[in-house]
Design a protein around this ligand. Structure first.
Ligand code: NAD
Length: 294
């Protein structure tokens, strides 16, 4: 039997509708309009599309957004100055620096300069530390999207073996940190997993992945996960987004794996749409957190 597809588009639109109604409620009670500031440096076409989609998504849920476009030759100091202004702007609640930044900019210093209360990507060391300690302020967007899609399809993680391929600070590591917690706000059944992280130096990858109840691929290599790497009936989440010619594909060989896995996310239409939905959720949360300290 072919794998059941987990529909990220549908799940994301449910979450966006929930956020829209919470924003409406929040504003009715006198809360400020949540606002996201997006900083885009240079003219990378993919980044321009991502930022446009994020702005459009904000408008759809009743939030404000502003795009700060800077030329490719912008210095680290100039960017730090802009972030300082945004950090101090009482009408900006979330700040997003679109990655990757052009070569020559000090990405770490720049990300570290975003005020932790406005760090809707959850990259700031303080927010990473809080997550590791099991008391997250913001949940990182793509990993949170992965857990949301699993939870909304009722796929219990408690006691399960989850294998995560990839150890980036954006996906692999924060996802593993979330899954080992006792509860990240969705109930203990959607946490409490036994987690293995694999990376570019891992050996005998297939032997490890075949022990996974849930296999998450976040590597950026088309076709990396083949059918022989998947235990029959396992849940396979494909975070990868790779352009192959005109097509977008994930890290999973979709045709092969869909005949072995029990559940599978497609690319496109899987985890991708959830990332923006969770960014919206974090922007509303950032606005609410700031209202407490205003
Ligand atoms: P990255 O390049 O920062 O990290 C890739 C990771 O893969 C590294 O940790 C590396 O050690 C590991 N790796 C490399 N070869 C491997 C192998 N053979 N086996 C196991 N691990 C291996 O990438 P990233 O930023 O984490 O992104 C990963 C993929 O996810 C990319 O395709 C990216 O486009 C996609 N992505 C999607 C979303 C989304 O919204 N769906 C968000 C972020 C990233």
């Amino acid at each position: 039997m072919p794998a059941m597809l987990l529909d990220g588009k549908k799940t994301a639109s449910e979450i966006r509708a929930e956020v829209a109604s919470e924003v409406e409620q929040w504003k009715k009670q006198g809360g400020k309009t949540p606002k996201l500031a997006a900083v885009l440096v240079g003219d990378d076409p993919a980044s321009q599309v991502y930022v446009r989609n994020k702005e459009r998504a904000c408008a759809q849920v009743g939030m404000a957004s502003e795009l700060f476009r800077l030329p490719v030759a912008t210095s680290t100091e100039a960017l730090l100055e802009l972030l300082e202004q945004l950090n101090n702007d009482p009408y900006v609640h979330g700040i997003l620096v679109q990655l990757p930044l052009p070569y020559g900019l000090d990405t770490q210093r720049i990300l570290d300069a975003v005020a932790p209360n406005k760090d809707v990507d959850a990259f700031a060391p303080e927010n990473v530390g809080l997550l590791v300690q099991g008391r997250p302020r913001f949940l990182p967007c793509t990993p949170h999207g992965v857990v949301q899609i699993l939870a909304r399809y009722g796929i219990v993680l408690e006691g399960k073996h989850v294998v995560v391929l990839g150890r980036s600070d954006i996906v692999g590591k924060p996802l593993a940190n979330m899954l080992v917690q006792k509860d990240i706000g969705l109930g203990p059944q959607y946490a409490n997993a036994s987690v293995t992280i694999c990376h570019s130096k891992s050996q005998n990858l297939a032997a490890i992945t075949r022990t996974a109840d849930v296999l998450v691929a976040a590597v950026g290599k088309p076709g990396l996960v083949s059918a022989d790497m998947v235990r029959p009936g396992a849940v396979v989440i494909d975070v990868g987004i790779n352009r192959v010619g005109e097509k977008l594909v994930g890290d999973v060989d979709f045709d092969e794996v869909s005949s072995v896995a029990g559940h599978l996310t497609p690319v496109p239409g899987g985890v991708g749409p959830l990332t923006i939905a969770m960014l919206l959720r974090n922007t509303l949360l950032a606005c609410q957190i700031q209202a407490l300290v205003d």
